[in-house]
Design a protein around this ligand. Structure first.
Ligand code: ADP
Ligand code: MG
Length: 216
């Protein structure tokens, strides 16, 4: 057995979005259940509709640049999802796309893009960590990804760590009291339920691991 050959992987925007759409569709009932407990019960439907529209828009688009494809995905989410999650994830993907620009979506490019996405969500929604929102899944995911890549991990391993961090972050929203979004109207009654947006965010982060491709 020879030494493993080092291969530089990049992310396929289309594979990421297709994988996210499939995961969200498979979990749509669960997401709706979570949103029924502390919101208005539309999160599974919102995200399913949005992600289906994203994959359809990408299928129709000739533009090859990953940055542009992310911007298209974001615009599509904003225009197809009525709930808070549409504009939030939509802005996140648009900003991620602008961050990628004409560059490649490789490890460092992805860290910068997800950082930009997190900043966009926080600018638009003004949520801080601990407010029981998607920020509580996205924040730890970006931090874990950066940490593991800085430590020299392969992108696939770093993505697995980011997905675990997002899952853990989503689970950690259960004991929190919501301070942003519809769930905040419930005050203390929002405690004891996992946040739907953090849960779908963890699915979207997990889907990155299935979107690794070899450039060429
Ligand atoms: P709506 O609340 O309008 O029905 P969704 O049900 O699709 O929209 O999405 C709800 C999710 O959106 C929440 O679980 C939360 O994670 C996220 N969210 C709501 N408001 C904010 C905010 N201000 N900042 C970050 N995320 C938010
Ligand atoms: Mg809702």
């Amino acid at each position: 057995m020879g030494a493993p050959i080092a291969v530089d992987h990049v992310l396929s925007v289309d594979d990421w979005m297709t994988g996210s759409a499939a995961a969200i569709e498979a979990e749509a009932d669960h997401l709706t259940q979570l949103d029924s407990a502390i919101g208005d019960g539309d999160h599974g439907i919102n995200m399913t509709r949005g992600m289906r529209a994203v994959t359809a828009a990408l299928d129709d688009a000739d533009e090859p640049a990953p940055g542009k494809r992310l911007i298209l995905a974001g615009k599509t989410l904003v225009s197809t999802v009525g709930g808070a999650s549409g504009p939030l994830w939509g802005s996140a993907l648009r900003r991620a796309g602008r961050s990628v620009g004409d560059g490649a979506l490789d490890g460092p490019g992805l860290v910068a893009a997800l950082d930009a996405a997190l900043a966009a969500v926080q600018e638009l929604g003004a949520a801080e960590p601990g407010d029981k929102t998607m920020v509580d899944a996205l924040g730890p995911a970006v931090a874990a990804l950066r940490e593991r890549l800085d430590a020299g991990d392969a992108l696939g391993d770093a993505l697995a760590a980011a997905a675990d961090a997002a899952d853990e972050g989503a689970r950690a929203t259960t004991p929190m009291q919501a301070r942003k979004g519809r769930a905040s109207y419930l005050g203390e009654r929002s405690v004891g339920h996992q946040d739907p947006g953090a849960t779908s965010t963890a699915l979207i982060i997990r889907a990155l691991g299935g979107a690794l491709v070899t450039p060429g």
